[in-house]
Design a protein around this ligand. Structure first.
Ligand code: SF4
Length: 643
C-alpha cells in the first residue's frame, strides 16, 4: 500500500467539509505503520469517497511481485450502502459483485431462474455455452480481475478461502461499527425446521445447556447431512428444490464441522453458547438411544428438545479467517465506532497496530436538535403505563409538525402495535402508517414516496435509512434500544459485568438513529426522545460519545409542544392550536424551549385509554401500499427484525 497516493485517488473534483483533513490523517496513520485505521466519520463526511481514496492506495499489479497481494476490496454489511455505491458515478471503478440469487440465468428457457438454481447449478457437469455472457459470472470475473472489488460483507465472508477472491493488499469495510455482532450473527448456527432440510425426521435431544451433548449431536447430524448430500450429488439432475437442499447441506456441514472442531480445540478463544426452544411437536419421542448411535442423534436422553441456536461469543477466529486474513491493510469506516480499545477487543485486533482517525461533523448542531419529551420508562414492567403517555406526546408532536413527515422508532412490533392502536383511538390514524415483518421494504418505500405528511411507525429502522430533506423532518425514539437481556449472549456478557459494552451498544444505535433525518449541511430534522431511559443512557455512556454528538446532548431541552388536540394533528383547522406556526414548516430548532413540566401534566388521565393491549392480531395500514419494492431492506441482511 502506498498511502501517499491517497489525494490522487480521491474521486471527486473538489473536497468538501473535512475531507481533506480526513485524508491527511488517514494517510499519516497508515504511513506510521498501522495495519488498521478506524475512521470515525459522521453523516455527511462523504465516507464512500474516503473509502475509494484508501482503496486506490493498494499496490497495483504492475508494481507487485507474483507473490504479493494487489488491489483492494470494498465491503459493507448494508445492502443499501452497496446499492448507493453501485449508483454513484464517482465510484464507477468499484466493481460490484452480489450473491448468485441476485442474478437471473440468460438461457432461453430459464430467464426467470435465479443463477443459484440455474442448470449449471442443478446439473452435474453442465457446460454452459453462454457462461461468458452470464451476468453473474461476468460480474464475478470483472470484480476478481479489476483493482477494486465491491461486495456485501456477507458475500465477502462467504468467499473466504476462495481462489477467485484471494487476499488483496487493502480491505475497506464501510459501516464497520457492528463488525463483531455481524460476525457473531453470521457465525451463529441455527438448527431448526427452516434451516435443516430433513428436520421433521430427526429426533433432537434436550441439550439442557450441556455443550458436550450439543457437540455430539452436531457430529451425528453432520454425518447424516453428508450422507444425504452425497446421495444428491450422485444424481445426474437435480430439481430446484434439491439444489437448494444440496447447497444448504453443504453450508450446514461446514457450520457443524466448524463448531465441533473449534469446541474441541483447547487453544480456541471462542466461547460457545447453546439455546434451545421447546419442541414444536415435529419430532417423535425416541427410545433413549445411546450417544451417537442410530437415530438418537447423540442425545442419549429420553427427553426431546426443540430447535437449537449455537452461538459463538466474540468470534475472533471466525473474523481472522473471513476478514483479517484477506488483506494486508484495513480501513474500517463508521460514524459510530465509539471506543477504540473496546472495538479492538471485540474483533480480535491488537490496539497497538490500530489508529483512530476522528472526522469532525460539518452539519450545524442547531439543525439536528434533540428534544426531551420523556414520559417514563419503557421497560417491560412500565410499558403499559408509559406507552399511552408517549402516544399522546406523538399526537402533540404531529400537531407541531402538521405538514411534515415523521418516523417513530417503536423498537419492537409489540410497541408498534400498541402505539398504532392508541393513535387510531385518538383519531389520528389517517396520518399513521405501519409495516409488518414481511412487508418492511414495500411499506417503507410507500411512505417515502408519499407527499402526505404521514408518520411511519417503524421497527428496527434506526440504521441505514437516508431520510433527506422533506422525506422526514422529525423522529421519535420510543424506547432506549438496549439489547435483549434474555438473549443468552447478552446475558453472558452481563454476567461478566460488561455494562459499558451494554450501554455503548445502545448509544451506538441512538446515534445511528439521530443521523437518519439530517443528511446534508443545509438539511434539518428534530429528534424527540420519549423514553426516560434514554437520558439515563446519555449519562452512563457519556465518555463514549463523539464530541459532535455530545454537543447535541448538551443542547437538549424540553420543547414547548401544543396542547393535546388530535384534530389539529390531522389537519382539521377547526381544532385547537397547531402550535405557533399554524401549519408552517418547522425550521431548525423549531419547537421553542420551555422550562416547566407541562408535557407530563398534560398527559394526565390518559392511561385508561390504552394500557389495554389490543387482542387484535392484525396490524392495519391506514394508507394503501404502493406495492413497489425499489430497494432491498436496509437492514434485512444485518439484523433480526424482532426480538
Ligand atoms: S452459467 Fe449459464 S446456466 Fe449458469 S446461470 Fe449463467 S447462463 Fe445460466
Amino acid at each position: 500500500m502506498n498511502p501517499d497516493r491517497i489525494f490522487d485517488e480521491f474521486p471527486a473534483p473538489s473536497y468538501r467539509g473535512n475531507q481533506k483533513q480526513a485524508l491527511r490523517d488517514i494517510r499519516d496513520a497508515f504511513a506510521a505503520g498501522n495495519d488498521v485505521v478506524l475512521v470515525r466519520a459522521p453523516t455527511g463526511s462523504g465516507k464512500s469517497l474516503l473509502a475509494r481514496s484508501v482503496a486506490g492506495c493498494a499496490r497495483p499489479v504492475g508494481e507487485a511481485d507474483p507473490s504479493d497481494a494487489t488491489g483492494a476490496y470494498y465491503t459493507t454489511p448494508q445492502v443499501s450502502q452497496l446499492d448507493d455505491v453501485a449508483a454513484d458515478d464517482l465510484l464507477a471503478d468499484l466493481n460490484v459483485i452480489r450473491g448468485k440469487s441476485n442474478y437471473t440465468c440468460i438461457l432461453p428457457d430459464e430467464r426467470n431462474t435465479p443463477v443459484n438454481q440455474a442448470p449449471c447449478v442443478r446439473e452435474r457437469g453442465y457446460d454452459c455455452s453462454v457462461k461468458h455472457r452470464c451476468p453473474y459470472f461476468s460480474d464475478r470475473a470483472i470484480a476478481s480481475n479489476r483493482s477494486i472489488a465491491a461486495m456485501t460483507l456477507a458475500y465477502f465472508m462467504q468467499t473466504a478461502g476462495s481462489e477467485v477472491f484471494r487476499k488483496r493488499d487493502v480491505v475497506v469495510v464501510d459501516e464497520a461499527h457492528g463488525l463483531a455482532e455481524w460476525a457473531e450473527m453470521y457465525a451463529t448456527i441455527q438448527l431448526g425446521p427452516r434451516t435443516v432440510p430433513f428436520w421433521d425426521d430427526l429426533r433432537v435431544p434436550a441439550i439442557d445447556g450441556d455443550l458436550e451433548r450439543a457437540v455430539r449431536y452436531c457430529e451425528n447430524l453432520a454425518e447424516k447431512c453428508t450422507r444425504r448430500k452425497d446421495d444428491l450429488l450422485a444424481q445426474e439432475t437435480l430439481s430446484p428444490a434439491e439444489v437448494r437442499e444440496r447447497d444448504r447441506l453443504q453450508e450446514l456441514i461446514g457450520e457443524l464441522d466448524w463448531f465441533v472442531s473449534d469446541y474441541r480445540d483447547p487453544e480456541s478463544p471462542t466461547t460457545w453458547l447453546v439455546d434451545q426452544s421447546e419442541p414444536s411437536g415435529g419430532s417423535s419421542v425416541g427410545d433413549g438411544d445411546e450417544d451417537g448411535g442410530g437415530d438418537g442423534d447423540g442425545g442419549g436422553d429420553d427427553e426431546d428438545g426443540g430447535p437449537l441456536t449455537i452461538k459463538p461469543m466474540s468470534p475472533e477466529k471466525y473474523l481472522q479467517h473471513t476478514v483479517w486474513d484477506r488483506g494486508n491493510k484495513f480501513a474500517l469506516l463508521s460514524a459510530t465506532i465509539l471506543n477504540k480499545a473496546a472495538f479492538c477487543r471485540q474483533v480480535g485486533l491488537d490496539p497497538e497496530n490500530v489508529a483512530l482517525v476522528d472526522v469532525g461533523h460539518t452539519f450545524p448542531v442547531e439543525n439536528r436538535p434533540l428534544y426531551d419529551v420523556t414520559q417514563g420508562k419503557m421497560t417491560y414492567e412500565h410499558r403499559s403505563e408509559t406507552t399511552p403517555k408517549i402516544a399522546r406526546t406523538i399526537v402533540r408532536i404531529m400537531q407541531e409538525h402538521p405538514d411534515e413527515k415523521g418516523i417513530v422508532h417503536a423498537h419492537s412490533y409489540d410497541i408498534q402495535e400498541r402505539l398504532a392502536d392508541l393513535l387510531r383511538d385518538f383519531g389520528v390514524g389517517d396520518r399513521i402508517r405501519t409495516h409488518d415483518r414481511d412487508d418492511r421494504d414495500a411499506d417503507l418505500e410507500a411512505w417515502k414516496a408519499t407527499d402526505d405528511p404521514d408518520v411511519f411507525i417503524s421497527v428496527k429502522m434506526e440504521e441505514a435509512l437516508d431520510l433527506k430533506g422533506d422525506l422526514c423532518r422529525f423522529q421519535v425514539l420510543c424506547k432506549a434500544p438496549f439489547l435483549n437481556t434474555s438473549d443468552s449472549r447478552v446475558a453472558h456478557r452481563l454476567e461478566e459485568s460488561q455494562w459499558a459494552w451494554y450501554y455503548r451498544t445502545a448509544l451506538r444505535t441512538v446515534i445511528q438513529a439521530c443521523g437518519r433525518v439530517v443528511r446534508a449541511p443545509d438539511d434539518y430534522g428534530a429528534t424527540y426522545l420519549a423514553d426516560s431511559s434514554l437520558v439515563d443512557l446519555f449519562e452512563r455512556a457519556r465518555t463514549d460519545m463523539p464530541d459532535w454528538f455530545a454537543a447535541q446532548v448538551d443542547r437538549m431541552d424540553r420543547p414547548d409542544l401544543p396542547e393535546f388536540e388530535p384534530r389539529a394533528a390531522v389537519g382539521d383547522s377547526s381544532g385547537v392550536s397547531r402550535g405557533r406556526g399554524s401549519g408552517g414548516r418547522s425550521s431548525p430548532g423549531s419547537p421553542s424551549r420551555r422550562d416547566d413540566s407541562t408535557t407530563a401534566s398534560s398527559n394526565s388521565g390518559s392511561e385508561s385509554e390504552s394500557g389495554s393491549e389490543s387482542g387484535s392480531a392484525s396490524r392495519s395500514h391506514s394508507r394503501s401500499r404502493s406495492g413497489s419494492r425499489s430497494k432491498s431492506s436496509p437492514l434485512a441482511d444485518v439484523w433480526d427484525t424482532e426480538r
